[in-house]
Design a protein around this ligand. Structure first.
Ligand SMILES: *[C@@H]1O[C@H](CO)[C@@H](O)[C@H](O)[C@H]1NC(C)=O
Ligand SMILES: *[C@@H]1O[C@H](CO)[C@@H](O)[C@H](O)[C@H]1NC(C)=O
Length: 315
């Protein structure tokens, strides 16, 4: 019974993870690294040039351009859905299989489930965003605030005319295979990989330090495991991300070719060096973002949880 109490309450975790994610995206560099990654992938500018341009007009605040309100909303939904899914899966697994499934497997699976729930919640949002952007009535002319208000109105209209947000995800005719199935498969895979690498790093660290699996790591050691695990998982998924983006580029041009063809074409025109260069664009920003996100979701939100919830319950 006392064992149950130690797992986090999914609903409390929902709010705490959401809050932590907003804070991290706004002030911890999350939004900055995301923007830099995108600009790195779409221009040929260096990290220094990109940053200089960002802060040229408004100073440091310029980094937060475009964060309020859409980035903040997206961050809170991302963080809270993951936190809820992860905590719920952890609790469920601990109740139904406390002995048959080892702790490290429960850990990895709950990370994956967090990603799964995140994908389910995010996909109608992302779809709506795409629908709004591709709607012929959408225009980007006008200032930032005007554009935001316009896209909000248009989104509301689409939801109303199509009978609810969920019905947007159902597109029965041509998009059946595209769109919404993939988001949560990818999120599940992403987060399973992340938590998996963290477990590996932790295991290696314990071995190196001569600690048993039962002994607790220090806060610093936990942080190092999360950051290192996140870094390794981001590096491990580079080939997949590159392949996905190459396929998207090819299909944008209307070509329908195999993955093998795409790579062969790439090598032919750019050589090994060109392919690698293309593959590693924005890598530093991406790896940093993933490593910090793992730290936030795995440790910082749990620390906030024990500070806020355990503290109030004990009183
Ligand atoms: C970046 O440079 C490559 C060649 O070095 C060029 O083909 C490409 O158009 C450039 N991209 C942008 C966005 O300037
Ligand atoms: C922090 O992360 C480490 C490694 O990822 C993990 O073992 C530990 O349980 C986490 N700490 C908390 C309080 O969740």
């Amino acid at each position: 019974m006392s064992e149950y109490k130690k797992t986090e309450n999914p609903f409390a975790k929902l709010f705490i993870s959401g809050g932590v994610t907003i804070f991290f995206e706004a002030l911890g560099g999350g939004h900055y690294f995301e923007m830099v990654k995108i600009l790195k992938q779409t221009t040929n500018n260096s990290y220094a040039t990109i940053t200089k341009r960002m802060i040229a007009n408004k100073g440091i605040v310029g980094i937060l351009d475009g964060f309020v309100p859409w980035g903040a909303l997206q961050a809170s939904i991302k963080g809270s859905s993951f936190g809820f899914g992860e905590a719920a899966a952890k609790r469920l697994l601990e109740r139904i299989a406390p002995d048959s499934v080892p702790k490290w497997q429960r850990e990895i699976l709950s990370g994956g489930m967090g990603g799964f729930v995140q994908g389910i919640v995010m996909s109608p949002m992302l779809l709506l965003k795409t629908r709004v952007m591709t709607d012929p009535r959408f225009r980007t002319a006008g200032g930032f605030i005007q554009t935001s208000i316009h896209s909000m109105k248009l989104g509301g209209e689409l939801i109303r005319t199509e009978g609810g947000l969920m019905s947007l995800t159902k597109e029965p005719k041509k998009k059946k295979k595209k769109g919404h199935g993939r988001v949560f498969v990818k999120r599940f895979a992403d987060w399973t990989t992340r938590y998996g690498f963290v477990v590996l790093v932790e295991h290696g660290m314990r071995k190196q330090l001569g600690l048993s699996e039962k002994q607790k790591l220090s806060k610093t050691q936990e942080m190092v495991s999360s950051l290192a695990g996140g870094t390794l998982s981001a590096l491990a998924t580079v080939p997949i991300d590159v392949t996905v983006s190459l396929i998207q580029q090819a299909s944008k041009k209307g070509q329908k070719v195999s993955v093998f063809e795409i790579y062969r074409e790439q090598f032919r025109s750019g050589g090994l060096r060109g392919t690698l260069q293309l593959a590693t664009r924005g890598l530093v920003a991406r790896v940093t973002h993933v490593a910090l996100t793992v730290l936030m979701m795995k440790n910082v939100s749990s620390w906030c949880y024990s500070f806020l919830v355990d503290f109030t319950v004990k009183k």
